[in-house]
Design a protein. Structure first.
Length: 466
């Protein structure tokens, strides 16, 4: 159940460690953007090689989220939060003394895996506290987690530039040491201790084969999405074969990594994953594609283009704060999809002569949708996922988001080609209009949203069908 009132059981002592852990991922996703050029100069590498500093973290996070979510379900959120903080802290130290660019890319992979702990563990802790109190999680608590991530996305590049100016690009990695240290300390002090691992879930055995097949399947899909081409068509074929083997193994396992039967019965949860992926495909396409056009097609400087996107991020934060209510989930999802449709259509008519005020308005329109979707889909997930599988379900939720991010990068490359001009922006607008229309249709015809269930009702239903 999601409630609208706050509760002392969800006070600062519980939220601080969850926030400190959850923001580690957006910190490492955004600060690196301003460090690519100086890192390339240090190692004599071009943009094609340094781009892996971004892709490596996305790949590791997309693959690692559901795996770490399973560890949350099996061994407890506190243990996973502590382990994740230690991994991030160690990677932060290693990033200060890299031997090569490839070594630095490896550090980014480790950071991606370490920062996976934050979101699924936070959702599991909140769900456990809700079960203890019987009153549900205040909706504002969920919105606070989202607002903190949105704020990091806003200040990340600016903070990164300041750190590089003070201590050089290694500071981008060194900042993980105090941040992860705080997350570690807060977790030790205030996150409730876990039950013994044997009590966390009925089956103590971990499905290592299922995890391996899932990871390899997703990796093949992600690698193809990053660089699609005729010469790489073997990757989808490999993904299909590995996926078939994964399904076979999971259906035969007594303690599967992913409960495919539960997912097949839980259509609303699958549609929530689909909405999250489609919405963030559009959001990330705007965040990275629109700014490229502003610089190349509109002729703005990097600083001016970044400043023009600030209203989008600011509006997203405000929209996330305003959506911190337990009711009206379907309406907010419809507003999200409708806003993305309208913004995408406007892109088709934007050009190098468009007034700056209108360009800011277009960005702000996408910001409203970004803020609404980040909180609302998260709240929907909370009511749809079984309590005992909240960690794994939350991990898959983030994987869906990163699939959208990587698909957005591919779409940008296909539309823009070598130059981000007006024609490419219009093609991107058409493509995003189609994606947004699909999102709107999925939302309109989702019967599961018309009569939303509370978490307790959802758990009862899962118990009946399992």
């Amino acid at each position: 159940m999601i409630t609208t009132a706050t509760s002392p059981r969800f006070g600062p002592r519980l939220l601080l460690p969850l926030i400190a852990s959850a923001v580690l991922n957006p910190v490492n996703s955004t600060l690196i953007a301003v460090a690519l050029v100086p890192i390339g100069q240090t190692f004599g590498a071009g943009p094609g090689h340094t781009a892996w500093l971004i892709s490596a973290l996305y790949l590791a996070t997309a693959v690692g989220q559901p795996v770490v979510g399973l560890l949350v379900d099996r061994f407890g959120a506190r243990r996973v939060l502590l382990t994740g903080a230690l991994v991030v802290l160690s990677a932060g130290v290693a990033g200060m003394f890299p031997l090569s660019l490839d070594g630095l890319i490896g550090v980014r992979v480790v950071l991606g895996l370490g920062t996976c702990a934050g979101f699924p563990a936070a959702m599991a802790v909140l769900r456990a506290r809700a079960e203890e109190t019987g009153a549900g999680v205040p909706a504002r608590v969920l919105s606070v987690l989202s607002i903190c991530s949105q704020t990091i996305m806003v200040v990340g590049p600016t903070l990164g530039g300041a750190l590089i100016g003070l201590a050089g690009w290694p500071a981008i990695f060194a900042v993980n040491v105090p941040l992860a240290g705080l997350a570690l300390l807060f977790t030790l002090l205030w996150v409730p201790k876990d039950a013994r691992s044997s009590e966390a879930r009925p089956h103590g055995r971990i499905d290592l084969l299922g995890i391996a097949l899932f990871s390899l399947t997703l990796l093949a899909v992600l690698l193809y999405l990053m660089h699609p081409g005729i010469g790489d068509l073997y990757l989808p074929a490999v993904a299909v074969l590995l996926g078939a083997a994964f399904v076979r193994v999971e259906l035969r396992s007594r303690a599967p990594f992913l409960d495919l039967r539960m997912l097949a019965r839980n259509g609303p949860l699958l549609r929530t994953y689909l909405r999250q992926s489609l919405a963030y495909l559009v959001v990330y396409a705007i965040m990275f594609g629109y700014v490229q056009w502003l610089e190349s097609g509109r002729g703005l400087t990097e600083a001016a283009a970044g400043a023009l996107l600030l209203p989008m991020s600011g509006v997203a934060v405000l929209a996330a704060a305003a959506s911190g209510r337990g009711r009206g989930i379907r309406l907010r999802l419809l507003l999200t999809a409708g806003g993305l449709v309208c913004g995408s259509v406007l892109l088709i008519f934007v050009g190098h002569g468009t007034p700056i005020g209108l360009l800011i308005g277009v960005a702000a329109l996408f910001g409203i949708a970004q803020g609404l979707t980040s909180v609302t889909n998260q709240a929907t997930l909370y009511t749809q996922a079984p309590a005992e599988q909240m960690g794994t379900a939350s991990g898959l939720f983030r994987t869906a988001q990163y699939l959208g991010a990587i698909a957005a990068a591919t779409l940008i490359a296909l539309c823009f080609g070598p130059h981000a001009g007006d024609a490419g922006l219009h093609e991107l607008g058409i493509a995003l209009t189609v994606v947004s229309a699909i999102l709107l249709a999925v939302t309109v015809f989702d019967r599961g949203l018309k009569k939303p269930r509370t978490a307790r009702e959802a758990d009862s239903r899962h118990a009946r069908v399992s």
